[in-house]
Design a protein around this ligand. Structure first.
Ligand SMILES: [Fe+2]
Ligand SMILES: [Fe+2]
Length: 329
């Protein structure tokens, strides 16, 4: 619905200096918690940051469909299969809302997809880890969608209007995703000892990568201050990570599972849990594209794009025919 604005919004020369009066007016609007809309003036750095952030977010939604899609044919019951199918379809929808929101900033969806497939664009590091057993589907819903919610709830008030509005609906669906993952694990921990062991194994593998989803620590996150000043972000990476740990520990206790962190303990003075050191070398290696299944994911994504070419061609042919009919009428 926003694509007709593309030509008008085509980004101006990024090297051109910003007009100080326009910049001051923009900063005042952001400080007053007004939404910035596609046709409004905005600094080039704001447009670039948002284009990168929203498109990475969109890529994460659609790449995230791949590890779960692998398990659709192996779901243990019709009920679980229907739930998983609905969740994966939701993620495809999230990708669509987000590509639309990013397009309002002047980059076409085709350009964004091309950047993803060429390896120039990033997506969440978490999807470069393999899904080895059925309990992984529960752990992804509980932890990965849980971490996503923690990140996304404040984005409902991000300063760019189309992004904020997309997040409202996405957050509602993410909370269903989180609940279905937790429900799956609850069924497994109440099952046989082998099933409970599978749930523990999944938690052991997904816990640390989930904490990494919040991004690098604040003292190594150079764009954070600017993003907070422009109200693109409302909370820092470390603040969100801490909130996630505090919310998740009691949920793990209820499942009767152990979080794989010997340093995790309640800190009475802070009113929060302390947690152990995150392996940032692993995080940066995955960011560089060295994740355990990074190549496999990109191969699957490119294949899905190629296999879907006939659908895009058919839709375009249908649209052209409708337009011709309208013109003839
Ligand atoms: Fe999603
Ligand atoms: Fe989700």
């Amino acid at each position: 619905m926003y694509t007709t604005e593309l030509d008008k919004n085509r980004a101006p020369d990024p090297a051109a200096p910003e007009d100080p009066a326009l910049l001051a007016a923009f900063e005042a609007r952001v400080a007053a918690d007004e939404f910035i809309e596609p046709k409004d003036w905005m600094p080039q750095a704001y447009r670039r940051t948002l284009t990168r952030q929203i498109s990475q977010h969109a890529h994460s939604e659609i790449v995230g469909m791949l590890p779960e899609g692998n398990w659709l044919t192996r779901a243990p019951s019709l009920k679980r299969k229907a739930i998983l199918l609905a969740k994966i379809q939701d993620e495809g929808g999230h990708g669509l809302y987000l590509y639309c929101a990013a397009e309002t900033l002047g980059t076409s969806r085709e350009e964004m997809i091309e950047a993803l497939h060429a390896g120039r664009a990033k997506y969440s590091t978490i999807f470069n880890y393999p899904t080895l057993n059925w309990a992984d589907i529960g752990a992804i819903g509980w932890l990965v969608d849980g971490a996503a919610i923690m990140n996304q709830v404040p984005l409902q008030r991000t300063s760019y209007g189309p992004y904020a509005r997309a997040m409202v609906r996405i957050c509602k669906e993410e909370s269903f995703h989180q609940r279905q993952g937790y429900d799956l694990l609850l069924a497994m921990v109440r099952g046989t000892p082998e099933q409970k062991a599978m749930a523990q194994d999944a938690l052991n593998r997904w816990w640390w990568p989930s904490l990494m989803m919040f991004g690098p620590p604040d003292d190594n996150s150079p764009n954070s201050a600017q993003s907070i000043r422009w109200r693109i972000k409302r909370e820092t990476n470390d603040e969100l990570r801490q909130k996630f740990v505090d919310a998740t520990v009691p949920q793990a206790q209820l499942l009767g599972l152990t979080l794989p962190d010997p340093d995790l303990k309640w800190n009475e003075a802070r009113g929060s849990y302390d947690y152990g050191a995150i392996n940032w070398d692993e995080f940066y290696a995955v960011v560089r594209g060295e994740g355990p299944v990074a190549r496999e994911r990109m191969r699957a994504r490119r294949k899905a794009w190629d296999d879907g070419a006939w659908v895009r061609e058919a839709a375009a042919a249908y649209e052209a025919k409708q337009a011709a009919n309208r013109a003839a009428a």
